[in-house]
Design a binder for this molecule. Structure first.
Ligand SMILES: NC(=O)c1ccc[n+]([C@@H]2O[C@H](COP(=O)([O-])OP(=O)(O)OC[C@H]3O[C@@H](n4cnc5c(N)ncnc54)[C@H](O)[C@@H]3O)[C@@H](O)[C@H]2O)c1
Length: 276
């Protein structure tokens, strides 16, 4: 059987750990040449090494997606290494929780910056490599290459979540973003879909008491959810358990694969049934 993404080139942001890393490894196992990108260079290189060790092809392009210069640089380096680009996965992100009456402007803006503005700049940076490439193929009467964009959303966006006004707003924003890209670029055969995750075991969902943080503009922002909620949440999931990063990556691969060739503008809930 031909691998699902044979010879396709995929850029995945936030691929140094968690869901993005699992997606990078899964895409490579299905034949893609993967551009692993993350703000943390050490984890980026570890994922590249793991892919190569397993016989796959990958390069690392570390960088911060909120840096206005980075999206263009990422596409330039990806194109220089691998040529045409087929897939962009907008996955990089984090949470900066707080109740709305105490939420600072900085806290609010940071979530829009990483979850909305960065994907916007990345898709805009993709235009010459994806949209224009498709136009040229169309003008030459060639069959279009497979191309798609996948945005990572969340059940916090679809349903709201206490303490996450900033994150929920940004993640719901990705749903409208996805539908608009699907409508603008569908004419070029470029699909755009979103995956809304529920509760996947990563450092974003581990017990807050374990003390994981992310440094943003000199601040150490605590990651995770309060320990008591971590245990309670399973009761809200019809499958009765949280999801693994491999299961999350499976949802992304499904939308990137030829089996989703006629799926466009959709938000796929990968949640074990949470929120239905
Ligand atoms: N874990 C869940 O249950 C869950 C649920 C819904 C949505 N999500 C979303 O899934 C995505 C992946 O999260 P995860 O759970 O794997 O978390 P994670 O912390 O394990 O991985 C996220 C990665 O994104 C990177 N990143 C963060 N900000 C960045 C930036 N500005 N530039 C470049 N890289 C950056 C981090 O360094 C990290 O390696 C995020 O968008 C998150 O909001 C996760």
């Amino acid at each position: 059987m031909t691998p699902l993404l044979q010879d396709q080139v995929a850029i995945i942001t936030g691929a140094g750990r968690g869901i993005g890393a699992a997606a990078a490894e899964l895409f490579a196992a299905h034949g893609a040449r993967v551009v692993v990108s993350d703000r943390d260079s050490g984890p980026t290189e570890e994922v590249v090494a793991a892919i190569k060790q397993a016989g796959g092809t990958a390069i690392g392009v570390p960088g911060d997606v909120t840096d206005p210069e980075f999206p263009n640089q990422l596409f330039e380096q990806a194109h220089a290494a691998f040529g045409d680009i087929n897939i962009l996965v907008n996955n990089a992100g984090y949470t900066w929780d707080g109740m709305l009456h105490k939420m600072s402007d900085k806290q609010w803006e940071a979530m829009l910056a990483v979850h909305n503005t960065a994907p916007f700049r990345l898709v805009r940076a993709a235009a010459p490599y994806m949209r224009d490439a498709a136009r040229e193929e169309q003008a030459a009467g060639k069959a279009p290459a497979p191309r798609c964009i996948i945005n990572v959303s969340s059940t916090s966006g679809l349903h709201g979540n206490i303490g996450q006004l900033n994150y929920a707003t940004a993640k719901m924003g990705m749903v409208g973003f996805t539908k608009t890209v699907a409508k603008e670029w569908g004419a070029f055969g470029i699909r755009c879909n979103a995956v809304a995750f529920g509760y996947i075991e990563t450092r974003l969902t581990q017990a807050k008491e374990s003390g994981e943080t992310i440094a943003v503009e000199g601040e150490e922002i605590p990651l995770g959810v309060p320990g008591h909620m971590h245990d309670m949440v399973k009761m809200m999931i019809p499958l009765g358990r949280t999801g693994t990063v491999e299961e999350a990556a499976g949802g992304i691969l499904l939308l990137a694969s030829p089996f989703a060739g006629y799926i466009n503008g959709h938000t796929l809930e990968v949640t074990g049934g949470m929120g239905i």
